[in-house]
Design a protein around this ligand. Structure first.
Ligand code: BEZ
Ligand code: FE
Length: 283
């Protein structure tokens, strides 16, 4: 190899500076791949000096917009499909188990623990929906003591934490625990589609690629039970106009639920959805 960095040897020149004795093997493996792929990318597109400056400015602004409430790097990862790829690599579940999808930035720990059947729509706005089903093991056994942490947007497409002072705290959120039959039911609203935040660099990137920022309507769930793998998932409204173009690539065929018109009463919709958990030892 030439003594100094040139176009041909650029990645190897940088990789050669890694000192094995002071570098954790896994960190080395990741950094070698990062260096190889970044150098290959820059050569592939023949990056200009101006483009390099634009990229540095873009990355700088991505960091600067981050706060405790705003994680633009995760949004970048989500909209580039990286979050879903990491999720897929790390959650290979049995075929009949409910599949995972992105957590998203709007989960809040410590939601109220509610009695089965409670209405989580505190503002009373939106089309009411009865969510019901059972939490089961992959062998069909009902799971008692499963905790179902649910959250969704309101009828205007905002989570309560995006509209403090406008929506009641804990609007469309709650935690339900199954009894011996594994059954659950609660009332909420049929969720609506909404855009991911677009007032930062991720929004610029989407616009630059002619992409819309919308997520198809969904209700989020985190389901936990002793002896079972934690499930982070959504129930999607299958006929949503954005179902095939989710801005964060979170849709899976098996996560689309039928939202059926309810007969009579105050509830407009019914959403039957069984949740199947994989045991801890299976992958
Ligand atoms: C969400 O579904 O809450 C979400 C997921 C990824 C990015 C933004 C929002
Ligand atoms: Fe969401």
């Amino acid at each position: 190899m030439a003594k100094y960095l040139n176009i041909e040897n650029s990645a190897e020149a940088v990789i050669a500076r890694i000192h094995d004795e002071e570098t954790a093997p896994r960190f080395k493996e990741i950094m070698v791949a990062v260096i190889k792929h970044l150098h290959a990318l820059i050569k592939e597109v023949e990056l200009t000096q101006d483009e390099w400056e634009i990229a540095i400015d873009f990355l700088t602004r991505t960091g600067q917009i981050c706060t405790a409430e705003r994680q633009e790097w995760i949004l970048m990862s989500d909209t580039l499909g990286i979050s879903m790829l990491v999720d897929a690599l790390n959650n290979r579940r049995p075929e009949n188990a409910t599949q995972t999808t992105v957590l998203g930035p709007f989960h809040v720990a410590g939601a109220p623990e509610l009695k089965m059947g409670t209405n989580i729509s505190l503002d009373g706005v939106g089309e009411s929906c009865l969510f019901q089903g059972r939490v089961l093991g992959t062998d069909g056994t009902p799971i008692a003591g499963a905790r179902i942490d649910v959250w969704s947007d309101n009828a205007d497409g905002f989570y309560d934490v995006q509209q403090p002072g406008i929506q009641p705290k804990w609007n469309n959120r709650g935690i339900f625990t199954t009894g011996a039959d594994g059954a659950y039911h609660f009332r909420g609203i049929k969720p609506v589609s909404y855009p991911v935040p677009v007032d930062g660099p991720a929004g610029e990137m989407l616009t630059g690629m002619g992409r819309h920022p919308y997520r198809p309507a969904h209700t989020h769930l985190i389901v936990t039970a002793p002896g079972y793998q934690k499930l982070v998932t959504h129930i999607f409204v299958g006929d949503d106009p954005y179902i095939d173009s989710d801005a964060v690539f979170g849709v899976k065929e098996t996560l689309m639920a039928p939202f059926q018109k309810a007969e009579g009463g105050d509830t407009v919709w019914e959403c039957p959805f069984d949740i199947v958990l994989a045991p801890v030892q299976s992958r």
